[in-house]
Design a protein around this ligand. Structure first.
Ligand code: SDX
Length: 430
């Protein structure tokens, strides 16, 4: 939707730029013709004020702490739905009817196995390889097995690749975990729901029957809903940029996984738990708060702060509730890490540094405590984030491919290097 224009003055000359309004949220000034009109670029490292695309998928109001998937509040989806329903919603734009949901579950379930030769990729890694390194490699390698779904111009192949990605991420994630702990791979069991299947592939052993705990399965399914999509975050922007060159979807998702791994992004859940373990007891919190505020100290409170949320991350609230649910179900009465986390949150939320900079807990602050209690090692936390975010990456990638105005992403720069100069032979150099 377009509306009025905005006028910029460059070299005393007015430049009219179209203003485009969205359904909700900030309007945008369309600068796509700015360089042609003025010979100048805009400059926005970190893209703090830049909209890279139009999207109908997810909306965040950072000031109000609102997160909508296709218009539905995250709180309602987490409360009433399941993860595959959220996948359907993100992919197709509407909540599924009962028949559509049954068909979608069936189609995803029928793609849960990976080619058995994928097992050989794992044996090349050391057992202590970080599972995220394994996931980057294995997801990228999927394109070697599925040449029949890498033609991105074919909507059917895009759909098949999407189903394959959503279905196989839990299997590969579970394989990465099993390889890490030195246990045999467990194949998917298709009479289980998506998240129960994943828990069984992670924690079942050939030596005995494994019964999925429905409370833990529901909690993890809800955690997947919370992580499913989040506008144009760093890893989603990576997937879009990789996809804009025509790269196959498996390679694009592998690029997204690599970006998510960073501690400033999806790696924060692993870093946040390590931080809580390092703090150890509530009496050491002031020392770490001081470090976080010290300009000369690179330390940051992991799981705190957000580029968009300048209010409490709505996912963190649901995450905190889920943490208590899981600890109660597991009979963990007093978790020292939770004591440190709750105390740290209370101190930080009153500290003027955090108040002034609007730093609140984000989704990564409580997730680690929950996942550790469920039995996952810290190194698996970001793998679980990637598992859940795959549907968001796929939905955003599909939206980008289907956008008629889509072209290869190619930002420009402000060059501050040497002006042109002539070659100097070695003999002439100082
Ligand atoms: C995710 O984008 C998404 O949507 C991401 C995500 C998703 O679902 O995809 O929500 C998932 O990545 C959540 C964020 C997880 N990361 C962390 O918890 C790591 C700790 N947080 C920070 O590194 C930081 O808050 C970021 C990276 C999350 C946001 O960085 P910004 O927007 O670039 O903010 P900034 O670094 O410019 O910080 C603004 C100010 C700075 O102080 P000044 O230079 O202005 O004096 O706040 C300070 C920062 O020093 N600050 C912190 C802090 N986060 C920001 N100080 C202490 N501890 C922190 N955690």
């Amino acid at each position: 939707m377009s509306s009025e224009t905005s006028t910029l003055t460059v070299d005393n000359k007015p430049v009219d730029l179209a203003v485009k309004e969205g359904t909700i949220g900030p309007s945008v000034i369309d600068i796509s013709k700015l360089y042609g009109q003025t010979g100048m670029f805009t400059y926005d490292p970190g893209f703090t004020s830049t909209a890279s695309c139009e999207s109908k998928i997810t909306y965040i109001d950072g000031d109000k702490g609102v997160l909508l998937y296709r218009g539905y509040p995250i709180e309602q989806l987490a409360e009433h739905g399941d993860f595959l329903e959220t996948c359907y919603l993100l992919l197709y734009g509407e909540l599924p009817t009962a028949a559509q949901k049954a068909d979608f579950d069936y189609r995803v379930t029928r793609h849960t196995m990976v080619h058995d030769q994928m097992n050989r990729f794992f044996t090349g890694f050391r057992r202590d390889a970080h599972p995220m390194a394994i996931m980057v490699a294995c997801v990228g390698a999927l394109s070697a097995f599925y040449h029949d779904s890498t033609d991105i111009s074919d909507p059917h192949q895009r759909m098949v690749a999407s189903m394959r990605m959503i279905a196989k991420m839990p299997t590969l994630a579970a394989m990465a975990y099993k390889y890490h702990v030195g246990q045999p791979f467990v194949y998917p069991q298709n009479d289980l729901d998506y998240t129960s299947n994943f828990l069984r592939m992670c924690f079942a052993v050939p030596a005995e029957e494994y019964k999925v705990n429905p409370v833990l399965s529901r909690a993890l399914d809800r955690i997947f809903i919370l992580h499913a999509d989040h506008e144009q975050n760093a890893s989603t922007s990576t997937v879009r940029l990789a996809g804009s060159s025509g790269a196959n979807p498996f390679a694009c998702i592998a690029a997204g996984i690599a970006c998510l791994w960073g501690p400033a992004h999806g790696g924060a859940n692993e870093a946040a738990l390590k931080m809580l373990e390092e703090i150890g007891t509530p009496d050491r919190i002031p020392e770490y708060i001081a470090k976080a505020k010290d300009k000369n100290d690179p330390f940051r409170l992991m799981g705190f702060g957000h580029r968009v949320y300048k209010n409490y991350d709505p996912r963190a609230r649901i995450m905190q509730k889920t943490t208590h649910e899981v600890l109660n179900e597991l009979g963990i009465k007093d978790d020292p890490l939770l004591d440190v986390a709750v105390e740290l949150e209370q101190i930080a939320l009153k500290d003027e540094y955090f108040v002034e900079k609007k730093l609140y807990p984000n989704i990564d602050f409580y997730s680690g405590i929950t996942l550790k209690a469920m039995g996952f090692p810290t190194s698996m936390f970001t793998v679980l984030f990637a598992l859940a975010r795959t549907v968001g990456w796929i939905a955003q990638w599909s939206e980008m491919i289907e956008d008629p105005s889509q072209r290869i992403g190619r930002p420009r720069q402000l060059y501050v290097g040497e002006p042109q100069r002539d070659y100097v032979t070695v003999a002439q150099r100082g």
